[in-house]
Design a protein around this ligand. Structure first.
Ligand SMILES: [Zn+2]
Length: 556
């Protein structure tokens, strides 16, 4: 039944070390974590790594503003991010930083390999420069008046008032956000990764359109960029920045640094390398071109371009394997709207915990919304309360509380082995591979719908058999034991199916049912009279509507 053992390296996108983790980020970590936990339950070898993305101008400037060195700032933010991931039960095998010696070495060696392959070119370009602060200004650090409607204080790329898009040089009365000075033009040498090189074009056309089973939306998007031979829209990629910059220096180019987006994805490998060294694993075996291992990146749809063009090209031409696939998800909206600070819907992960929410409520809710597409998903706060209370508690948790008491009080917790052949149980166990396929395909919403339909069947079984009435009849002792045993075994199976989503609750269930940590194959390992169950303790509380108000207020 079980598939041959696979070897998987899995990543989630690297959060920028410039702010808090919010629920929009959590969608992705929860999505990845469910998949990773599912793969572990299947008995595969899975390594899940992440890191904070730490380099670039925004980090440098924020550190300065807070009177910290960039390294101090990113160390503080790392602790907060790690705390939030732990709180939400995100089971990284290694959570690292891109500002690591492993990443510096890997980035530099990858760059040199690209250069030796003739894919790096130096060119002089003219850019906005802050003459007071003596630094080049990224577009987001230039503001001015909109060239179209004259609105003041607009960014260099688009006007928030009239929606016009333009380039920073079009702004009227531009000023540097850093010092307030009027930017001047200055020429500087930059290093480019020649994506327009025919070798890159050919490789990326093949990789995105033929070789990789990308999501259809992703494949179409990339088709626009790589086009037909001679039609490619791929421009060369500027991978360098001038000092002052917080990042890694480019070899043989004093004062030039790698653009943060060059070293960030390499940070996946650096985190994995760091982990391999700690575990005595062979890193090379996983990253060489002929490897049999699999490599998956979970990302938001906004960074598809970096992960399906720049990253595979970087890897391929530096002599590494390329990703097996890249899985992009949509954005989270709250009550149908973009998350907003002023409405309190830009909800930080930490505020969820501080407001007394159970993180598994969110894991469950997100899972009921997630599928394999890049469609946006909505957190509807009323629906959240309803689903947690009526489905998670009312349909699932409730099953255990309805039958465990009788079994412990009347039978010392001993189940009836004969009851394990009940058709209801055969029925529930028979869909295990179907549910596994849905998890594998990231169709969590469908998987949970299937599981909740099974929960409905179990509740119907309890309602028909009425253990609370059988319990009154001294002559129906064995009936009572049978009904409660069937119900609890059904509850065990549902818990097994929900385990990737609800790791905490299911760990408590395993303890209460006296079963070892369940893997997927344990569908075939029913409860046994040899291991009496323990006294039922409440597994989860209801969410109260008032808690939602508290949460929104905490984020205003
Ligand atoms: Zn405007």
């Amino acid at each position: 039944m079980s598939s041959p053992k696979r070897r998987l390296l899995v990543t989630s996108a690297l959060p920028y070390a410039n702010g808090q983790i919010h629920i929009g980020h959590l969608v992705e970590y929860v999505q990845t974590d469910i998949w990773v936990r599912f793969q572990r339950m299947r008995g595969h070898e899975v390594h899940y790594v992440g890191a904070d993305d730490t380099h670039g101008t925004p980090i440098m400037l924020r550190a300065e503003k807070e009177g910290l060195t960039p390294k101090e700032l990113i160390a503080n933010v790392w602790k907060e991010h790690k705390r939030d991931f732990d709180d939400f039960l995100i089971s990284f095998d290694n959570y690292y930083t891109t500002d690591s010696p492993e990443n510096e070495k890997l980035s530099q060696s990858i760059y040199l390999k690209l250069r030796d392959a003739g894919l790096i070119e130096m060119r002089s370009i003219e850019q906005a420069y802050d003459p007071v602060k003596e630094m080049f200004l990224p577009d987001r650090f230039i503001k001015g008046e909109c060239p179209k409607c004259g609105a003041k204080d607009q960014y260099g790329d688009s006007c928030e008032k009239c929606g016009a898009t333009y380039s920073p040089t079009d702004l009227k009365n531009p000023f540097s956000v850093v010092s307030g000075a009027t930017p001047i033009k200055k020429v500087s040498d930059h290093y480019f990764f020649k994506l327009s090189d025919p070798r890159c074009e050919t490789f990326l056309r093949e990789w995105t359109q033929v070789k990789t089973p990308l999501q259809p939306e992703a494949r179409n998007k990339m088709k626009e960029w790589v086009g037909q031979p001679g039609e490619s829209k791929l421009g060369d990629w500027d991978i360098s920045r001038d000092a002052p910059y917080f990042g890694f220096e480019i070899p043989d180019a004093p004062g030039k640094y790698f653009y943060v987006w060059l070293d960030a994805p390499i940070g996946y490998y650096a985190s994995f390398l760091n982990y391999c060294q700690a575990k005595g694993m062979n890193f090379e075996e996983w990253v060489r071109p002929d490897t049999r291992t699999e490599q998956y990146h979970f990302i938001g749809k906004d960074i598809l371009y970096f992960h399906t063009l720049f990253w595979p090209a970087t890897l391929h031409f530096a002599g590494y394997r390329t990703p097996t696939n890249v899985f992009a998800h949509g954005f989270l909206t709250v009550d149908g709207e973009k998350m907003s600070k002023s409405r309190g819907t830009l909800i930080s992960a930490h505020s969820v915990i501080e407001s007394g929410f159970n993180p598994e409520w969110f894991r469950y809710y997100f899972a009921t919304k997630l599928n394999d597409s890049m469609e946006d998903l909505d957190l509807n706060l009323q629906d959240f309360v309803a689903r947690v209370n009526s489905d998670l508690l009312g349909k699932y948790i409730n099953i255990a509380s309805r039958s465990a008491g009788f079994l412990v009080k009347r039978f010392g917790g001993v189940v009836s082995d004969a009851a394990m052949n009940n058709p209801l149980l055969t029925d529930i166990a028979s869909v295990s591979e179907k549910i596994a396929e849905l998890y594998e395909a990231r169709e969590y919403a469908k998987a949970l719908r299937t599981i909740m339909e099974l929960a409905d069947k179990v509740n119907a079984f309890v309602d028909e058999n009425k253990p609370w009435e059988i319990a009154k009849d001294p002559e129906r002792e064995s009936d009572l034991q049978r009904v409660c045993s069937v119900t609890l075994e059904a509850f065990r199976l549902l818990s097994l199916y929900l385990k990737p989503v609800l790791p905490q609750v299911t760990a408590e269930v395993e303890d209460f049912l006296s079963v070892p940590a369940m893997s997927w194959n344990d569908v075939k390992a029913p409860l046994s009279s040899q291991n009496p169950i323990k006294v039922y303790k409440h597994l989860m509380t209801r969410v109260e509507t008032a808690q939602i108000e508290t949460l929104l207020a905490a984020n205003l």
